[in-house]
Write a protein that binds this ligand. Structure first.
Ligand code: HEC
Length: 374
């Protein structure tokens, strides 16, 4: 692959977000997208639009393309027939405005030879050809097992609040991290510790350039982990594991009620699966105000692998509770506003024919539930 061209495309993605447009975007989002991507953009039937993982790309162009053309064979339709280009741009801007952490992560691999005895810097890489380059949908760095050489990760880091930051780096081998063209972290096991560097630095809200350069001392799996940490303790991982080949994950109840955001075979896409601490799960359709089904001893098998993040149907396991189906709210127009756990119960707020309604779902005994309008 021609790495110079690739880089150019990568750098051209920067966009500026206008307040008016983001407001119009919010309007559209809460009319339509909210039912699948959730009131906080953190997912439902559709994937989260605020986590680090972007299957179809996280450049402004890629997000706009997903909205415009839709995603074939999934619930995500092409919105070019629904909204004007200006409106689609507005909702793209709204999504971009919600981003935090790493985006547009480009990973490049290099052979060692050229770098022997030289201190890493972004310029040093200008005159070497990478052996491979890839944009990573996970937005953190990882290497394959038995990786041998140098890895470089370039990304855009989205910050919403100004603050002080520091890198926590745990690495064997040499590592250098630059932010907006300035060296912030440097360490090399072969050099004296006096030469090490790990500065605290300040970031303003906006998009910042992150550049990580790391050499593994011997051919092995990556023994390198790093995160960027705010002085308040909040952090983003900069390294991790590929989502490819992930094993199935089982969702179990916890002490708080929660909504499992997964599509279950045989249920309409806007169904909320409320998993209660007593292991009872209630399928509540927020688009019709009905309980459709319920199970006791329930578990969900979800598989967050790269190819099947959300259009793959999950499997609900458990014993079906007979006679659970019932109508909770009556009306013509339903629009889901939010849901929030309160201890062992879950509150679901819906607008029904213009009126706010709050539904409470609570566990009852060891294998039942109650549901009521507050
Ligand atoms: C009926 C459900 C539904 C609605 C409504 C919906 N989406 Fe989606 N959306 C999905 C699904 C499902 C996917 C993921 C498909 C996949 O993973 O293959 C998706 C994917 C996306 C992606 C790509 C995410 C990625 O990881 O690359 C974007 C961006 C997106 N939707 C934005 C929107 C916006 C903006 C709206 C409102 C205009 C919207 N969606 C409305 C279901 C929906």
């Amino acid at each position: 692959m021609n790495s110079i061209r690739f880089l150019f495309v990568f750098l051209a993605g920067l966009s500026f977000i206008h307040a008016n447009s983001a407001q119009r975007g919010q309007e559209i989002y809460s009319q339509i997208c909210v039912t699948c991507h959730g009131p906080n953009l953190d997912g439902g039937i559709g994937p989260s639009l605020v986590d680090a993982y972007w299957k179809y790309g996280d450049t402004p162009e890629a997000i706009m393309r997903a909205i415009t053309k839709g995603i074939n064979g999934t619930e995500m339709i092409a919105y070019e027939y629904v909204y004007s280009e200006e409106d689609r741009q507005a909702v793209t801007d709204f999504i971009l405005d919600k981003q935090e952490g790493n985006r547009q992560t480009l990973r490049s691999f290099y052979a060692r030879d050229y770098f022997k005895g030289k201190r890493f810097s972004p310029e040093l890489f200008d005159s070497v050809e990478s052996t491979s380059q890839e944009i990573l949908p996970e937005n953190f760095l990882y290497t394959k097992r038995a990786f041998d050489g140098i890895v470089r990760g370039q990304s855009k880091h989205f910050i919403k609040q100004a603050g002080k930051y520091r890198f926590n780096v745990n690495a064997i081998g040499r590592t250098s991290i630059w932010v907006n063209g300035e060296e912030i972290h440097y360490a090399d096991v072969e050099k004296s510790k006096d030469t090490y560097l790990n500065k605290e630095f300040h970031l303003e809200p906006g998009i910042h350039q992150l550049d990580i350069m790391h050499e593994e001392p011997t051919g092995h799996s990556m023994r390198f982990n790093a995160r960027i940490r705010k002085s308040t303790g909040e952090y983003w991982m900069l390294t991790g594991k590929s989502l490819e080949g992930n094993t199935p994950k089982i969702v179990r109840p916890e002490t708080e009620a929660k909504v499992v955001r997964k599509w279950i075979d045989g249920l309409p896409p806007r169904t909320l699966l409320v998993l209660l601490p007593n292991q009872v799960m209630v399928a509540y359709d927020s688009a019709s105000g009905q309980v459709l089904k319920a199970w006791k001893s329930a578990l969900i098998n979800q598989t967050p692998s790269l190819d099947s993040r959300s259009q793959n149907k999950s499997v609900a396991k458990g014993q079906e509770i007979s006679g659970a189906q019932q109508t909770i709210l009556k009306g013509k127009e339903f629009s889901l506003k939010s849901y929030e756990p309160a201890g062992d119960s879950l509150f679901i707020s819906t607008l029904v024919d213009g009126e706010n309604k709050r539904v409470k779902v609570s566990p009852e005994g060891t294998d039942s539930f109650s549901i009521s309008v507050q």
